[in-house]
Write a protein that binds this ligand. Structure first.
Ligand code: SF4
Length: 431
């Protein structure tokens, strides 16, 4: 979502004649768009601002703005501690960036812009063309979260759930397709909680599926609680909707899920997975895991490992629990570091093995790959298959924006390598 927001900030500031530069030394304005999900996010901001300070030592300083969730979470603390920062702007206030810049140029004293103005934000963004011309582009359809998982800062930094109207989204999607995008990835902190005037995510997907020139649709990130049957059906009915789902589970133990306030059980999670697999045989899954959440016993951890093996997630993102200031879980007694590290190691070893086996199993199979760009090495192209696996092939003709059938020849832990298949011979695609 930060990539989407950064792109929109670029679009907005064009109105005041600002352009993106790759040369930091010539910047008049330096904007650091931050994420608060990982540990030490605030330290990284101070470190980065220190780097800018060094570059501009002895010269006129640029306007320095901190945007995103660290700005929201830390607010005044950042500007008080680091005087080089001119203002902090929360993720729901960045639509006012041009006014903020001009008020700073006029020596305004106000430095904290972290109000929740989501409706106003999207009203403003709708008037500014999305200039992303990537083959695969992000599109925010929903923001914020009302779930309040005990470990998570999102409800405090992005605010309550808000969904954009279908017409706004379709119009932005059409702009992206006109700019050359072939794939759109719908974004939301709770993307499947999308609801606008009684229309749900499945309705939006049906409308997007109709857009001429758009070849692929994905959405992320979903919550199991909001995974309704109409969305499951959409995976069967909509040709452009890719057969890959990232569905965070966090733990394989219902007891821990309850402690986390996740609001679903493991049985309910499994039911969604099984329904999707039944309706579409080629569905694959990835997930997020928090290892060593406070109160996690060996037995709970074993349940998480069993779930990992049962579902065969093709990508698993796992982290040791780390407390976020201001969240309810921040006050809980942490599991000792040695146990936590040992569990993470066990988990990641198994997850990597599953991933490797999956990739090796794809060798000699055929995939449909949408090519996104040329890699630095001449005549090599990078793309993704339907399951979002990175694929690299050699080609003398330009493949950017094209979907081609590729025979997979080899792989490493992350990437598949293959050859383009020409002609119309009958092909059995990897399931
Ligand atoms: S549902 Fe996701 S975004 Fe919302 S509180 Fe839970 S982890 Fe955070």
């Amino acid at each position: 979502m930060n990539e989407y927001d950064s792109n929109r900030i670029v679009d907005l500031t064009k109105k005041i004649n600002f352009n993106l530069t790759k040369n930091i030394e010539e910047a008049n304005c330096y904007i650091l768009n931050t994420c608060h999900i990982r540990e030490k996010a605030t330290d990284k901001v101070y470190h980065e601002v220190g780097r800018v300070k060094k570059i501009f030592r002895g010269r006129k300083k640029p306007i320095v703005l901190i945007t995103g969730c660290v700005a929201q979470a830390e607010g005044d603390v950042l500007v008080k501690k680091e005087k080089y920062i001119d203002a902090v702007i929360g993720p729901q206030s960045y639509h006012s960036i041009n006014n903020i810049i001009s008020s700073l140029e006029n020596k305004s004293k106000k430095k904290n812009f972290t109000e929740f103005e989501t409706i106003e934000k999207f009203d403003t963004l709708n008037t500014v063309k999305n200039s992303s011309n990537k083959i695969s582009s992000y599109l925010t359809i929903q923001e914020g979260c009302d779930k309040f998982c005990k470990f998570c800062v999102v409800p405090y930094t992005r605010g309550p759930e808000y969904s954009r109207s279908i017409s706004e989204i379709i119009s932005e999607a059409k702009q992206l397709v006109q700019n050359g995008s072939k794939e759109i990835i719908l974004l939301g902190q709770n993307v499947n909680a999308y609801e606008f005037e009684g229309k749900r995510l499945s309705d939006l997907l049906i409308s997007l599926n109709e857009i001429k020139g758009l070849r692929r649709i994905r959405y992320t990130t979903s919550h199991p609680k909001d995974f309704t049957d109409d969305l499951i059906l959409a995976h069967n009915n909509l040709r452009k909707l890719m057969p890959m789902l990232h569905l965070p589970v966090q733990s394989g133990s219902t007891k821990i899920l309850k402690d986390m306030n996740r609001n679903h059980t493991i049985e309910e999670y499994m039911e969604i997975i099984n329904k999707l697999k039944t309706i579409k045989r080629s569905m694959k899954f990835s997930s997020d895991f928090i290892i060593a959440y406070p109160g996690e016993t060996n037995e709970d951890f074993e349940k998480t490992v069993s779930l990992l093996k049962d579902i065969n997630f093709i990508n698993s993102y796992s982290f040791i629990f780390s407390p976020r200031p201001g969240t309810p879980a921040a006050n809980l007694k942490e599991i000792d570091n040695l146990t936590a590290k040992r569990r993470l190691l066990i988990f990641q070893k198994i997850a990597e093995k599953i991933k490797k086996n999956y990739k090796v199993g794809l060798i000699n199979s055929y995939s449909k790959v949408l090519f996104e760009n040329k890699v630095k090495d001449e005549f090599k192209y990078f793309g993704r298959d339907e399951h979002y696996n990175p694929v690299i092939v050699s080609s003398k003709s330009n493949l950017v924006g094209k979907i081609r059938t590729v025979k997979i020849k080899k792989c490493n832990q992350n990437t598949l390598f293959g050859d383009i298949i020409f002609g119309n011979k009958a092909i059995e695609y990897a399931a």
